[in-house]
Design a binder for this molecule. Structure first.
Ligand code: GLU
Length: 366
């Protein structure tokens, strides 16, 4: 059913107070080896570099200073790879280390190179093990977290499914930490509608990325046409079950009509530099009439963005409704917002594009 599979495992699954969680590692490697033997193509996105490094250094907690996080990752990453190399070679499988930074995805030539390398490794029947290049990543250039990285990698290689393994059971209808009656949603067919109904306020125990991040990845992968499963990595045979189509955790279904490659690049590979808030009229034409975004429908611009940056569009209630490339900077929009193009021209203001975001550079979340 699924041939090309991206599996992400988090630090809290891979490590425990004694360092590596050997039981988890064994189960992970066994399941991935079984799938590999059955001809599946697997990419493993593995966290744990900072966690392992911190343990090796005898730190009681993960460091918070950037240079210390980077240094700790440098120590932990080789431990991680050593553990995988040993465990997979016992199964006769060759693994490869791929460390990516956001520039490798944003820059178009490097994006193609990253994809080609991963495809070559899969063609050679190896298992690429991906992590962020933490040792050189600063906050501005970070993916954010490995959930996001798994989504990006899934899109990059056109995976058939992305599986995010965590230490909780899936996506709940409300925060399970505060609500004992919270229930897992097993199957989400319309993630864009579901996001509005899931109460993500408060802290959640859904890993580094948290629930909000996972939902954001789910909605983007949906538009790219890739299903996402979020499940508990401690459940027996969870990966094999998911790949066999059995129910585990939450599956967020993909959309049939995928966005084209240009929109996929904007959606998956560019960081959001700000938000443009629109009125109800603009919301309606963007979502339902396939129109471009004009200045007249804009009520607010937040963030510091320039011509050519990626921004998200939010409606009057703060719900995200799309992502695109802006033709105007945040500073220009503060002046242009709410104005008709004729008025802008009469006032002698810069109006070199009719659209603030052209439809061809815009994907709506629906
Ligand atoms: N890249 C980080 C690490 O290996 C983990 C980031 C994350 O878990 O989201 O420690």
């Amino acid at each position: 059913m699924y041939k090309r599979i991206v599996v992400k495992v988090g630090t809290n699954l891979l490590t425990d107070t004694k360092g590596f969680n050997k039981g988890f590692l064994k189960s992970l490697v066994r399941q991935l080896s079984n799938l590999h033997t059955r001809g599946k193509e697997i990419i493993l996105v593995s966290s744990g570099a900072i966690g392992c490094g911190a343990h090796r250094m005898g730190f009681s907690a993960k460091p918070t200073a950037l240079s210390e996080k980077q240094a700790t990752a440098a120590i932990g990453q080789i431990m991680l790879m050593q553990a995988y190399e040993t465990a997979f070679s016992e199964k006769g499988i060759i693994v490869a280390q791929v460390l990516l930074g956001h520039d490798d995805i944003k820059n178009k030539a490097r994006n193609v190179n990253s994809r080609n390398t991963l495809n070559t490794l899969l063609g050679w029947k190896t298992i690429p093990i991906v992590n962020e290049n933490d040792t050189v990543a600063t906050d501005e250039i970070k993916f954010g977290d490995n959930d996001t990285l798994a989504g990006i990698v899934g899109s990059l290689v056109s995976a058939d499914i992305v599986i995010i393994l965590t230490s909780v059971d899936g996506i709940y209808d409300k925060n399970p930490d505060d609500n004992p009656d919270a229930k897992i949603i097993p199957d989400i067919s319309d993630i864009h509608e579901a996001i509005g109904n899931i109460k993500t306020d408060g802290k959640t125990s859904l890993g580094t990325g948290g629930m909000v991040t996972k939902l954001e990845i789910a909605r983007k992968l949906n538009l790219v046409g890739i299903p996402l499963v979020i499940a508990n990595g401690n459940r027996e045979n969870v990966i094999e079950n998911i790949v066999a189509g059995k129910k585990e955790g939450t599956i967020v279904r993909e959309k049939n009509g995928k966005v084209d490659s240009k929109k996929r690049y904007i959606l998956m590979s560019l960081k959001v530099k700000g938000e443009i808030k629109v009125d109800d009229g603009a919301r309606n034409v963007l979502l339902n009439a396939g129109k471009s975004l004009l200045a007249v429908g804009i009520t607010h611009a937040t963030g510091d963005f320039a011509f050519g940056d990626a921004v998200e569009i939010v409606d009057s209630r703060g719900r995200k409704i799309g992502k695109g490339i802006t033709n105007y900077s945040s500073k220009q929009l503060i002046i242009l917002k709410g104005k008709k193009n004729a008025e802008i021209q009469r006032m002698g203001l810069d109006n070199y594009y009719e659209e603030v975001i052209h439809r061809d550079n815009l994907t709506v979340y629906k």
